[in-house]
Each structure stands twice: as C-alpha cells, then as structure tokens.
Design a protein around this ligand. Structure first.
Ligand code: GLN
Length: 281
C-alpha cells in the first residue's frame, strides 16, 4: 500500500520507525505529527522513489542527519552536510556551561574554535545577544555551512578561516570554547556507524587523540583577556590529561563537568584577572 502509513510500515523492516518518519517527513516536507494524522494519504511516484532511495542509503549506513541535511541542537534546527561533524546532544553541556559562566548582559568577546556547522557559536550568539561571537574553522566548506546557519537563524556571527589561532593575530577573547577532534587515530569507533561518514579532520587527533587539545590549550593564554575563560569538550577518558594541560598553561579555577552519563566531558579554567608581572604571553 503506497500510503504514508503503508510505506512507513514497510520501511520498519529496514530501519527504526523514528528514522523512517524523519526520512519520509523530509521527502514530503511535513512534520512527524502531520505523518501521523495523514496515514491514509497516497504517495505519488516521485515521492515513493525518493523515500525508497533514502531508506536504502540509510540502511547502507549513511547518517540520517546527512540524508535530511538537518540536525537539531540546543532547540534549533541546523543545516548539516558531510563537510561538518553532526551536532551531538552531549555538546549542549558545553553551551550550558559557557552560558552559566558568561552573564547574558555582558558584551563578551567569544571565540568558537573548529565551529563546523556553527552550532555552538550560533547557540551562544542567540542566547547572548550582547556578545560578539567569532567562529573559526580550517575548512572553507564547513565555514560556508556555519555562515548559512547563522544567516538563516539570524545570529550575528563573524566567520574566520583559520587553523586554530593562526589567523587571529593578537586578538583577545573573554570566552574561548571548542569541541575539537579528540578521538585517537586508531580508535575502532572511527570505522563504525555514522563516524565513517563524518569528516576525519573533525574527529581524529593523533595517537592519543590529544594533539588538537594540546595546541588549543597551549595557545589559549595568548588569546584570553585577563580573567578570560577557556571551555573544552573532550573524550570520556581524557579528563586527567586535559586537567594537567590546563594547569600547565597557567589557567586557574579549573573545573571539570560531567555529562548525563556521569562522565567528565567538559573542562575549563580561567586566566588570572591580573596579568602577572614579568609574565610573558
Ligand atoms: N563525541 C564524538 C564521538 O565520539 C567525537 C566528537 C569530537 O571528536 N569532537 O562520536
């Protein structure tokens, strides 16, 4: 039966029902609620073909977010493409913490390193209307996605193509955030599930997964204003190493926050409010 309910039922042999609904909703430009209320609606040939193709691609392993070109993050819909990491729910913790640390009325200068889809930078820009948010990525293709997301969501965002801090001169920020690549290069997860289809440069970072976290942490003091803060997402087993790196970079008031699974996942600290005398930055 080529009705909405019929094709969803048939797709359940290959996919979870929630994924089939997302894919059919995408083809028909309709919500899950609409699909539920219109189970008797008959699909035309083009829609049937488009849905069958998406079901086959999903069954072949392609991420739903890339197939529909969208993923929700922090209550908003973001465009995604294979040029960017798919926003993860865990990363909302980084946004929550950044928001708790910066007052809504502050004219904070905020930097998001490795912005990808722009989900962190744009969420912060929209929640902190007074902030001036800069989003950096080494990938021009990723920055184009971030730019489109910022424009569609009416977020004020400055995009800069840069390998971490390289193109930022001596600019200083009150808050630096990043969800950098932090997976060890030989981690078998990279060859499984959705991760196979995501940009390797957004995921893998050297033999212990810490190469980019090391660069970001070491480079931060020179780009933090006095009292400025650095907050980072990292891997489930990297909290001790990141704490050590933050301390060695001279950051203080170091905190480590647990995700919903109870794993220390976001760490950060601040530069002392008074530049230490004789301290070279
Ligand atoms: N948390 C992601 C994963 O393991 C990795 C994201 C990242 O490297 N920043 O799927």
């Amino acid at each position: 039966m080529n009705t909405v309910a019929g094709v969803l039922e048939a797709a359940r042999r290959k996919l979870p029902a929630s994924e089939a609904r997302l894919l059919l909703g995408h083809v028909l430009c309709q919500s899950a609620a609409w699909l539920l209320a219109h189970g008797e609606q008959v699909l035309d040939e083009d829609d049937l073909r488009a849905f069958a193709s998406l079901v086959a691609r999903r069954a072949g392993g392609e991420p739903v977010a890339y197939l529909v070109g969208r993923r929700e993050f922090f209550g908003r819909d973001f465009e995604v493409s294979p040029a960017v990491l798919i926003p993860r729910p865990e990363t909302e913790l980084l946004v929550d913490i950044a928001l708790a640390k910066v007052g809504a009325g502050e004219t904070a200068r905020v930097l998001d390193l490795g912005t990808g889809s722009g989900c962190i930078a744009i969420s912060l820009a929209l929640e902190l209307p007074q902030a001036r948010v800069t989003a950096v990525d080494a990938s021009a293709a990723a920055l184009a996605v971030a730019r489109r997301n910022a424009d569609r969501l009416s977020a004020r965002l400055r995009c800069v193509q840069s390998d971490w801090f390289d193109a930022l001169g001596e600019e200083e920020f009150d808050l630096i955030v990043a969800n950098p690549p932090y997976v060890a290069a030989a981690d078998p997860h990279l060859a499984a599930g959705d991760l196979r289809h995501e940009p390797a440069t957004a995921l893998a970072s050297g033999t212990d997964g810490l190469d980019d976290l090391r660069r970001i942490i070491a480079g931060s003091p020179a780009h933090l204003a006095p009292g400025g803060q650095l907050w980072l997402e990292h891997g489930h087993d990297q909290a001790p190493a990141v704490q050590d790196l933050l301390g060695r970079a001279g950051l203080t008031a170091i905190e480590q926050h647990r995700d919903l699974a109870g794993i220390k996942r976001v760490s950060g600290g601040r530069l002392s409010p008074q530049p230490a005398s004789g301290h070279t930055r």
